[in-house]
Every structure is written in structure tokens, then in C-alpha cells.
Design a protein around this ligand. Structure first.
Ligand code: ZN
Ligand code: ZN
Length: 261
């Protein structure tokens, strides 16, 4: 079965540019939309079926940009606004086109929060709390939520088809059991929120920490995502590309980046 994994968004919470900021990174993205980053999420296509991983507040514009016309499942990695804020964008797709509830896999600790935040979506989604370590099979694609280190209950998504891809959008250094399971993945797509000092070492990584972790888990290719570009030290994409030339298996993500697995 052909499986593709596409990054819908690759930015941290504020997005790039942030509307309130004119640092070099935000200015670069204003001047060149290819450097802009919507909030993080991904779309997995398995044959005719699609699995949306996270519903960022930019979801509608992401789905339009990528010409996505249907979604079969939604999988939330964790309950933070930059990952669930776009759930409401799916309401009219379900009511006016799909006519049956969408299965929403979410952290069990997020069920109450969902019900409080979105009472008007009660009949739009069928809630399915996911379990760490359980292998979910989608037409032969194995999808396993594995524990990440992010404060709230958070999964990284481990995909196994012809190739192995580990997507850890929000995490600090990985728990040992997780690191062992994803060892020697073909693609390790990893939280690299900070360029300068890491303000949140318990829940995010700097670019350099992400690269070190990728080497530790023997990833064949390390892809940096959830980039703030402008928290403790602003940096342009052009400058980062330049610095990453020193590594032969590390690349910077961009919105719309696709992986065939
Ligand atoms: Zn988060
Ligand atoms: Zn996030």
C-alpha cells in the first residue's frame, strides 16, 4: 500500500510570522511566503484513506492549500491549542458532506477538555481515547502512539509501512522505552522549537538537542519541525539552511513537505 506523510504545518504556537512581531525571521516570512510556517500537523494518506494528525488553528487554510477533500480519521497527539484549535473547522465537512461522525483518537486525559471546549461538536466526532503502545492498523499501515515528554499526556506517532517514520512534534528528550522503539527509523521528524536558549527544557527541544537526539536514536534522516524561529533568538530560514549544511542527514521542514513511506 502506498503511504505518504505530509507536513501540513511546521511552526510552533505563534506561527511564522507572528502577527505581533517584526524580527528577522518574521520579516523573512512576510517577504517570502515560502518561509512562513503554519501551526504543526500532518496528513497521512493510505491508499484512498486519510488520517489527519492534529488539528492546528490553521487547519482550514492547510486543507485548502493541499487540496484535501476528505478526511477519514483524526488523531490528536495532545491537548494544546496549537494542536486542537482547528477541530471546529471540521464541523461543516462532517455535517454537509460526510454525514457520519469522524473518529477522533485523542489522549484519554483530553476527553473532559474536549467536552467542555466543544459541546457543539458532540455529534461531529466519535471519541476514541488512544492507548500508548497499542498498534492501530489502517489498511496495513501500523500507527503506534508512543510516550513523549511534554508535560501533558502526549504521543509521538510511530508509523511502520515499507519504511519507518517517527513524528514527535512536541517533546523534550524522549523516554528510554520510546527511544528504543523508534531506533533506526528512516525518518525522525522532531521538535526543534528553539534556536537559542531553550526556555522550556521539560517540554520542548532546541535545534541542537533535536539533532543530538536524532543521532542517539540512530535516525537515518533527521527532520526538524515545530520551529518557532523566534523565541529566545530569532533566526532566518536562510541562515539555518546554511548552518545545517554541516550535517548530511539533517534537514529543515517546510509546510507541505512530503515523505513516501
Ligand atoms: Zn504542545
Ligand atoms: Zn505545539
Amino acid at each position: 500500500m502506498n503511504v505518504t506523510f505530509k507536513l501540513l504545518g511546521t511552526g510552533a504556537g505563534p506561527g511564522v510570522p507572528a502577527f505581533y512581531c517584526r524580527c528577522v525571521a518574521c520579516q523573512e516570512a512576510l517577504d517570502n511566503p515560502r518561509c512562513a510556517r503554519t501551526r504543526s500537523g500532518a496528513l497521512v494518506t493510505v491508499g484512498q484513506e486519510t488520517i489527519l494528525i492534529d488539528a492546528s488553528p490553521d487547519l482550514r487554510s492547510q486543507l485548502i492549500r493541499e487540496r484535501v477533500e476528505s478526511i477519514d480519521y483524526v488523531f490528536l497527539t495532545h491537548w494544546h491549542y496549537d494542536h486542537f484549535g482547528g477541530l471546529g473547522d471540521l464541523e461543516f465537512y462532517v455535517r454537509l458532506k460526510r454525514f457520519e461522525p469522524l473518529k477522533l483518537y485523542l489522549p484519554s486525559q483530553a476527553v473532559d477538555s474536549f467536552n467542555k471546549a466543544f459541546p457543539f461538536l458532540a455529534d461531529v466526532f466519535e471519541l476514541k481515547p488512544w492507548c500508548f503502545g497499542q498498534v492501530y492498523n489502517f489498511n496495513g499501515l501500523k500507527l503506534t502512539p508512543l510516550p513523549a515528554a511534554h508535560g501533558v499526556e502526549t504521543a509521538g506517532i510511530f508509523l511502520q509501512n515499507n519504511k519507518k517514520l517517527a513524528y514527535f512534534t512536541d517533546t523534550a528528550d524522549l523516554p528510554v522505552s520510546t527511544a528504543e522503539k523508534i531506533e533506526a527509523s528512516d525518518y525522525f521528524i522532531c521538535d526543534a522549537t528553539f534556536y537559542g536558549e531553550n526556555w522550556y527544557p521539560q517540554s520542548h527541544m532546541s535545534l541542537w538537542e533535536a539533532i543530538a537526539l536524532g543521532k542517539k536514536v540512530k535516525a537515518r534522516n533527521i527532520v526538524l519541525t515545530h520551529l518557532s524561529m523566534h523565541y529566545s533568538r530569532p533566526v532566518t530560514a536562510a541562515q539555518l539552511q546554511q548552518e545545517l549544511r554541516a550535517y548530511d542527514n539533517v534537514s529543515l521542514s517546510f509546510d507541505g513537505m512530503e515523505f513516501k513511506i
